[in-house]
Write a protein that binds this ligand. Sequence first.
Ligand SMILES: [Zn+2]
Length: 494
Amino acid sequence: MQPILRGFLIALMIALVFGAPSALAQDAADTIVIEDQDVTLEFPNLMTFSAYVESSNPIAEVVLEYGVERLTCGTVTARVFPEFTPGNASEVSWTWEMRQSGSEPPGAQIWYRWRVIDEAGNAQVAETQQVTWLDAQHDWRTVSEGMLSLHWYAGSSAFAEELLATAVTAMEQLSQTTGVTPESPVDLYIYADTVDMREAVLYEPGWTGGQAYPAYDIVIIGISPDELEWGKSTIAHELTHVLVGHLTFSCLGSVPTWLNEGIAVYGEGGLDPAAATRLEEAITADELLSVRSLSGAFSEHPDKADLSYSQSYSLVNFLIEEYGAEQLLALFGTLRDGLPVETGLQQIYGFGLEGLEDQWRAAVGAPARQTSEAEPTATPEPTPVPTYPPIDAVPQAPSVAVTSVPTDAPAPTATATPVAAAALDAEDGSAGEVVVPPEPAAAEAIGEVGSDAVQSVWPRMLAIAVVAVILLLLLTLGAGIALFYETRRAKAQK
Ligand SMILES: [Zn+2]
């Protein structure tokens, strides 16, 4: 072996023997370990995240970051700071209380990651984990086709297949007649009955048997085997809500109720014979509701509610038959862009809500709209409160919950809007118009009064100054003349 090579190898060995351990020791000094990550669900109230953290330096901070996969108006990350035992190792956990934040719908996908910082400033971030917010007491099974997955636990496979086939057919028909297609996979959760469904969510009295969550692409329904026909039409109805709600999701505006419910009934396949007969009777007797009143919350009175749904369907059916699916899709586009429905209608069809009502009345053979009368069913102001408020079922933005702090700079107001939108998109949620607060006219008026006052003072002061100068000149002139004559008289007297 050549001396140079030998010297190099010896140097390398010395480096390995003495250098490597010190490098390892350096790494060991900054080690932070996050392990035993777990999530336990206590449906529908609690979700507890836990982990064990260990650090070679004392732990300075433990952070849990989490979020929900849904349509939002910006990236929303919630951040909480669980307590930990001071020192180098600690069990950590944090419980998400759904009763405080508003429950997530069954099937919601939640992500989370732990972050640990030591007193030397080193940070360790664990890999992001996913968990499905779903009750474990049921033995869920799944059948899928294309973009649709149906999850169920009671009843035979044939029962589930029949429901899935209904959903697939409804989706295909809706796509053919309106052009509305799914933009992402949709999950349908079928509970054994409405009792089971109510236990799975923070139930609000007054709900119907199904609920659509367009921002999550989730539908939940309680369908017992003896209600199969009702279940099939409800699946089609709620699925349409999800597809249209996803398509029109907007942080700026909302879809009026007649359009939202009208297309959902259209998605069911139209009115059943009894509802069609009642609508005909209302047309003949001219007991129709104004389109404007159908833009807000539907009546809680059952008869009026039935007519609201039937008439909404008839309006949507008229728009599709008369003007085609493309125009309706274009109208949805204007609503997604945040235009009020009046403006959207004008832009696409060339008429507003009253024009729509006039044309629709003519098409179905109803008497002309009475313009002089006050609208009997119109609410004084459009209200964003749904008739059947699905308040607790709609997540109230966990990012703005008491225990959370948004990170990626989403202002709390940015998350407030999608929550409202989700609430309105949910089943039977009304779609109130966005009410723009009036301009601060008083402040402007005060400003104008002030400037007017300034403008009127200046000419007056100028006039006073001119008069004063003239008076001064006259006085000087008078004094000069008097002095001249006084001098002459004194000279003459001499
Ligand atoms: Zn509906």
